[in-house]
Design a protein around this ligand. Sequence first.
Ligand code: C2E
Ligand code: MG
Ligand code: MG
Ligand code: MG
Length: 273
Amino acid sequence: AAKEAGRGLWKRFHPSMQHQVEDRFLLEGELRKALELDQLRLYLQPKNNAQGQIYGCESLLRWAHPEKGLIPPDVFIPLAEETGLILQLGDWVLQQTLALAVRYPELEFAVNISPREFRNPDFVARIQSRLAASQANPERLTLEVTEGLLITDFQQSSERMLELQKLGIRFSIDDFGTGYSSLSYLKKLPINELKIDRSFVRGLPQDSSDALLVETMMAVAQHLELQVVAEGVETPEQREFLLSVGCTHHQGYLYGQPQPAQVFLDRYQTDQQ
Ligand code: C2E
Ligand code: MG
Ligand code: MG
Ligand code: MG
């Protein structure tokens, strides 16, 4: 045990670790200011239906850092989550998205909700007040949550979801299949949609266990009357397989990468004409 502790101590003070700690510390300070310095960027990625038409999009956050360039969310969302900054960032994303939803009422808009946001006591009230202020149609808003978040405090989750669902808001399970949890929560919670994680889509159609898993998810979803969206669709072969098992709604580079919101919407508008 002493050896273990000693090793832990060494690890903690290793110079490269020290660097990481300093980097984190600097990044945290900068992230705090990112909002007021107008460094956040809203990106949108299309969601397409069986006919290949765009029916909606997902809001994906980027941080335009003055020296480091465009920082992807995997780098700063966990930091924002730990520090609580996610509450401000998430609110910014929601407000930006709702403003766009008002301008494009025919599109469905999806926003990612992190565990800390969802568990915050004012979560429901905040969504309600942002909806009211924006005049956006709640039925066009989908909130993407992860299964881990929902099952941690089951009772609270279902109450919050029900309250928002009464307004017409839809709930989607993001990264579905990666949470290692029992499937029983699916029938107990007010869920509308499953997003098949792209780790299951990657190997399609050759990988027989991925194929089997996707077919099984489709069977579960059909039984529970849930809509399904496949994430990370990159090839026509993946698309064909998904369509053949009844998965008609797709998101992925085959259809479009995330783009700055206005670029995406301008292209969408042009394509409609
Ligand atoms: P997610 O919600 O599962 O979003 C899908 C991720 O997959 C996005 O990464 C998207 O760019 C990427 N992706 C989409 N299609 C493809 C494809 O065909 N191939 C590959 N290889 N990747 C694809 P991104 O934008 O880097 O976001 C990563 C994660 O960060 C998101 O995963 C989400 O969990 C989180 N995130 C992003 N924006 C927000 C936000 O505003 N709030 C919160 N709480 N989390 C966010
Ligand atoms: Mg998502
Ligand atoms: Mg996902
Ligand atoms: Mg993901």
